[in-house]
Design a binder for this molecule. Sequence first.
Ligand code: F6P
Length: 547
Amino acid sequence: MIPEQGVLTSSAIWSQLKELAKGEGSQHLVDLFAGNKDRFNQFSLNDCQILADYSKQRMSSAACELLVNLAEERQLSLWRDALFAGDFVNCTEQRSAKHWLLRDPLAAEVKGQLDAMEGMVSRILGGHWRGVLGDAITDVVNVGVGGSELGPLMAAFALQSVQLNEGQVRPRLHFASSMDGSQISQALQDLNPRTTLVLVSSKSFTTVDTLHNANTARSWLARGLGLAYTDEAMMRCHFIGISAEAERMAEWGIVPVNQLLFWDWVGGRYSLWSAIGLPIALTVGMEGFRELLAGAHDMDTHFRVSSLKENIPVMLALVDVWNINFLDIRTRAVLPYDGRLKHLPAYLEQLEMESNGKSVSRAGESLTYHTCPVIWGEVGPNAQHAFFQLLHQGSQSVASEFLMTARRYNEAVHSCSAQELEAQHALANANCLAQSRLLALGDKALEQDLSLPAYKRYHGNQPSTTLVLDELSPRTLGALLVMYEHKVFVQAVIWGINPFDQWGVEMGKVIATDMLVGLADPDSAEVLDASSLALARHVARKQKSRE
Ligand code: F6P
């Protein structure tokens, strides 16, 4: 049952938090640590091989207590039950959000598609999936965008050093999403059509970006193989479709045996656990993919059974709520100190901002408080040489999220020795800890000479959370990603918004179709504003001058 919720700002706890923040907002992290010797233990949690330390957040025990009370008042436990009961938590589309079911080892509903996926993975990795002219597949191109790319790209990149079973060979993976054709043309330029397999990944199978890239790939294959665009054998040997829309896949030409299906109740940004995760399975093998699902299920269980105070997604969500709504810190930098997590910031940008970038409540009322922070980030050590200046000495508060791995490199990688790489791992971890310490404590961390000129001073008090994975494996990555998914859900419950729709991106698609007409012939276009009309004319003039 969907629980009823009152207006957030009418809550007495909300007002108490506002009051508390007035005093606490000015408190420095140096004092918070000095005043509580047990701070790390009180403000950290450890489960599913993830240690979450939020003791460097500007939050006192009193604030923490009140935030948990707020979550209780918002009936978080009942909302959690509703999510896992398959109730229609996505109210604007009258749908459940059952992505968690994809990770449930006992779920009969999803078994058929996992098995179908397994069959394809074993044929491709075993060299038995053949191109139309009989060659084994060496390259796989994933054509998809948003949730049909970001999760698979991020996880496949993160896990590419996982060992496959004997006799299995990992194909080279390529991703093409941008609608302008630059990525697909780049990806295809060095590939051999005889040994290339294309995955067309699209939940709706109507996304123009994906369909245009897929058409380009299809023409390239037909030309390269000397076959007709509609050749049935080519379609059977070189295309797999992954979608919730079997009919549309078939209409486009995906043969029935090459169709992997998922369900309406899996949102695009929650879909990497479904057949959309095929590129991940091609990277880590099906055993590895099942490990990813198992780690994800570990975190589902943690979220379901832990008390709110012991619950990692809940506490991290409350930290964000505190920063955004009470300390007015509305941006968060995601900083992995493990290069394998390079694509995590982009993945989280979609997961969090497409889910919670909302300003209308479930009841359809405009909100008077802020919701999702602006998420951005970069591999931490590289960001140190780019935007950390702003974090250390800029004019605004930014919350940071550091990620590191405790264990890495027990053997040589490629031609680099384990010893050298271990030293690099230690260096990265030392930098991770040093940066979060400096951000928190400022130059007091080093007891610097306080008479230094202002431009050399570090004021500190920049809040951060540090997430330490025991190691990066399919299992821990699965748990980490689900931690973020549930964190987003908890925040949505507190804010009273629907995290499972994305109406804010729909209008852009419609208006672009109209603009195509405007671009082809600016003066025939239906009333364009002055700027758009002038830009369209400028582009048309420049194109003519090329002819
Ligand atoms: O444009 C937003 C969006 O709808 C995302 O939510 C989704 O992940 C992406 O487009 C791709 O959609 P599809 O998988 O249907 O092609």
